[in-house]
Write a protein that binds this ligand. Structure first.
Ligand code: SF4
Ligand code: SF4
Length: 459
């Protein structure tokens, strides 16, 4: 839970009043005692009892007020602490135990050989020992780490720094983003602002350089090709602080932004949302990038990571995650995939897929997954529905945040992201829903958005 999202004023007021009441009562009772040396009079007893009752009443009243202010958090806390969401394959297979990276691929023009299954750090802070978890992942042979200043309010970079300072730096490929702890560096920011953000990352990561710095979650050409960002990168490269430039995107404009990145010849690596059933043009984009020797990193490989409901895959010979990874890595133009580990089991389960070829039983499990999510999951985030909404509701973004909340179990990030959206969806309640039938995947947009609003709003 994000401390910034908890209304602190009532809590602080409550604590302060209780403290003041206790101190006043002690002082008052002491005064009574001193003024009544034989302290056995009925008047003294009555006054003391009346005072204590008043104190108790005040405390209970303030407690009730505070509780009512915090009430909207009840269902959220229940989802967080009492959730029965499955976060891993429900059927751990002992043969996964101790799995190691079996295959590395060239990351385009960077010349670096990266582990096919790599590590993203958006969610590893959910583990009770995130640094220990990351050490274990690296010990298994993973050598590409993706992080960002705005993962966990910079806690992700700090934890990564604590781990990599004990490792041989040149064995690792570290990617971060042009961001601060509160979000992207906005396009049009000064060169100094970009460079200061990078310096902050280097400080948290406890290293002199990053291998790659991405334009994070790039959704417009203005951000992609911001001249100040490009100039800042040239300076950082000259100073030895960053080696390569990249961009990541999972926007409805993915095709436009990725094509522009390839055409610009400014980018060494593209990190793209890519999973089984990805829209066809994406494979052409990846092919074009590979022809220009641009490294391709895949993300969002689990097509929505619908952890809830994974019991349907119990007793399958291969886990859904392994099948999904094999599908992505079956494309020879993809250098590696990044995935967040947040359960200890993930280390064995995910890394076991390294170097494995996709087989018929993998295809079968992917088809079964597609049946499971049909009509509910905006995995494509294609944006085809956006023009149908007269109120410009960012349908795909809201549904993606719902996915983070519901399926990733990352309520904190989901609610932060939702809170940052400009067009909320209370507009949907009384709308005639011209978006009905706008989704080629058959998603009931209005219903899913209204539910999402209830899920992602604090009050
Ligand atoms: S229901 Fe919501 S998303 Fe659909 S058209 Fe109306 S306001 Fe837009
Ligand atoms: S709701 Fe449907 S049309 Fe809209 S972005 Fe998601 S998959 Fe595409």
């Amino acid at each position: 839970m994000d401390r910034d999202m908890i209304p602190l004023l009532p809590v602080a007021l409550f604590a302060l009043i209780i403290f003041a009441a206790i101190v006043s009562t002690v002082v008052w009772a002491k005064g009574l005692y001193l003024n009544n040396p034989n302290k056995q009079t009925a008047v003294t007893r009555r006054r003391f009892l009346a005072g204590s009752a008043a104190l108790t009443g005040g405390v209970v009243g303030i407690g009730a007020f505070t509780y009512s202010r915090m009430a909207p958090w009840r269902p959220i806390a229940k989802d967080i602490f009492l959730s029965d969401v499955e976060k891993s394959s429900p059927d751990y297979n002992p043969k996964w135990s101790g799995a190691k990276i079996e295959h590395k691929r060239l990351l385009g023009r960077t010349g670096f050989m990266v582990s096919d299954i790599s590590v993203g750090t958006t969610q590893f802070l959910r583990h009770t020992d995130p640094e220990g978890l990351l050490r274990e992942v690296l010990d298994r042979g993973v050598n590409y780490i993706d992080t960002s200043p705005d993962y966990g309010g910079s806690a992700s970079e700090t934890a990564v720094g604590n781990v990599i300072r004990d490792r041989k730096r040149s064995d690792l490929f570290i990617a971060t983003k042009w961001c601060s702890s509160s979000g992207h560096v906005r396009h049009g920011s000064s060169v100094d602002t970009y460079l200061a953000a990078l310096d902050d990352s280097l400080s948290r990561l406890q290293t002199n350089y990053v291998d790659l710095v991405h334009v994070h979650a790039c959704d417009t050409l203005e951000r992609l090709l911001d001249p100040n960002m490009l100039k800042a990168f040239d300076i950082a490269k000259e100073q030895g602080k960053a080696k390569f430039l990249g961009m990541s995107t999972h926007t409805p404009n993915l095709e436009e932004v990725a094509e522009a990145a390839i055409d610009s010849d400014k980018f060494d690596v593209l990190m793209l949302a890519y999973h089984h059933g990805a829209w066809p043009k994406q494979q052409r984009i990846i092919q074009r990038a590979a022809e220009k020797n641009i490294g391709i990193v895949a993300m969002k490989t689990l097509k929505g990571a619908k952890h809830k409901g994974m019991m349907a895959f119990q007793n399958e010979e291969t886990s859904y995650t392994q099948a999904a990874f094999k599908w992505v890595m079956n494309d020879p133009s993809v250098s590696c995939l990044v995935v967040s580990y947040f359960e200890t089991q993930h280390v064995d389960e995910y890394i076991y897929a390294s170097g494995k070829k996709i087989e018929d039983n993998d295809i079968a499990i992917l088809e079964k997954y597609d049946e499971l999510i049909a009509g509910t999951h905006c995995f494509a985030s294609c944006g085809d529905c956006l023009s149908s909404c007269p109120s410009s509701v960012p349908i795909n973004d809201v549904l993606r945040h719902r996915m983070y909340f519901e399926d990733y179990g990352d309520q904190k990030q989901a609610m932060q992201l939702y809170a940052a959206l400009e067009n909320k969806i209370d507009l949907c309640v009384n709308c005639a829903a011209p978006c009905t039938n706008a989704c080629p995947e058959g998603i009931n947009i209005q219903e899913r958005l209204i539910d999402a609003h209830a899920m992602l709003s604090i009050a």
